[in-house]
Design a protein around this ligand. Structure first.
Ligand SMILES: NC(=O)c1ccc[n+]([C@@H]2O[C@H](COP(=O)([O-])OP(=O)(O)OC[C@H]3O[C@@H](n4cnc5c(N)ncnc54)[C@H](O)[C@@H]3O)[C@@H](O)[C@H]2O)c1
Length: 274
């Protein structure tokens, strides 16, 4: 029960990494507020967590919309009056629309910035005063390998993730004195719907496609593996960890430019004895 009696808000928790985190946080004793745009998935997540005997509340919320986020946190305040953890997880990758900066249409650029980045402003704006009142807490932001290394062909997405890294550091340095820690997870290659869209091999999660993407551990990550890191950052176990950007990517980021390698590296042939 690493989050016993903690109140947690997780954005985009209807599916993927956010859903895994919602299930894990609730199983560890938290009451989880699922701030999600997709009504069907949001309700489904709430019911699944409740069926498992844990606490969850779905609030329909568009994180890119200030008044929608304000209404969501007002509901949290009315329900429990406190907040300990904010996990800014919701984002979009607009396959086929995001791309080279010379090709991206202005409305697409603005939409990505607003869902992936301005959402963090909206959520922090309303959540931080509640956290200060609660005596402190933990904010977990979500970047990507795209925020840490150069990845071509998704410039709007990449811009938001780089800004998320920078914002994490400035928030951490400001709000540490209020007992609020702010950290950031930079995932890559986690088997979710978002990656199915962005994977150059389509929705093929087999090992061969992954070797092409240079993942040192030679497999896709699971949403639960990111959720486990989020749990650590949410809990008091990480009480002296503030302002860090932690990759959850099987080591993919250390390999640099993901566009380069299209064949298995030589070491794999050595291992097979030829
Ligand atoms: N999967 C990966 O390998 C990977 C890699 C890098 C970064 N990430 C980041 O991890 C986070 C989770 O990614 P995922 O793979 O689970 O994605 P996903 O697409 O599976 O889930 C995203 C969730 O966010 C919700 N959402 C989208 N727009 C919203 C809005 N305006 N308001 C509220 N909710 C909204 C969606 O409905 C969905 O439930 C994202 O921030 C993503 O950028 C993931």
């Amino acid at each position: 029960m690493r989050l016993k009696n903690k109140i947690c808000a997780i954005t985009g928790a209807g599916k993927g990494i956010g859903r895994s985190a919602a299930e894990l946080f609730a199983a560890e004793g938290a009451k989880v507020f699922i701030l999600e745009l997709d009504e069907r998935n949001g309700n489904e997540a709430e019911h699944a967590i409740r069926r498992a005997g844990h606490q969850a509340v779905f609030i329909k919320c568009d994180v890119s919309d200030n008044s929608s986020v304000q209404a969501a946190f007002e509901r949290v305040a009315a329900d429990v009056g406190t907040l300990h953890v904010l996990y800014n997880n919701a984002s979009v990758y607009l396959n086929g629309k995001d791309g080279l900066i010379t090709d991206i249409k202005p409305d697409i650029w603005n939409r990505v910035i607003s869902i992936n980045l301005t959402s963090i402003y909206h959520c922090c704006h309303f959540a931080i005063p509640m956290m200060i009142k609660s005596g402190g807490g933990s904010i977990i932001n979500t970047a990507s390998s795209a925020g840490v290394i150069g990845i071509p062909g998704c410039d709007a997405y990449t811009a938001t993730k780089g800004a998320t890294v920078a914002l994490t550091r400035s928030l951490a340095s400001e709000y540490g004195r209020f007992g609020i820690r702010v950290n950031c997870i930079a995932p890559a290659a986690i088997a979710t719907d978002m990656v199915k869209q962005s994977n150059p091999d389509g929705d093929d999660f087999d090992a061969a496609s992954f070797i092409n993407l240079r993942t040192p551990v030679r497999r896709w990550g699971k949403p639960e593996e990111v959720a486990a890191l989020a749990l650590f950052l949410a809990s008091d176990e990480s009480s002296y960890i503030n302002g860090t950007i932690i990759a959850a990517d099987g080591g993919i980021t250390i390999n640099g430019d993901l566009a380069k390698v299209k064949t298995a590296p030589k070491t794999d042939r050595v291992m097979k004895g030829n």
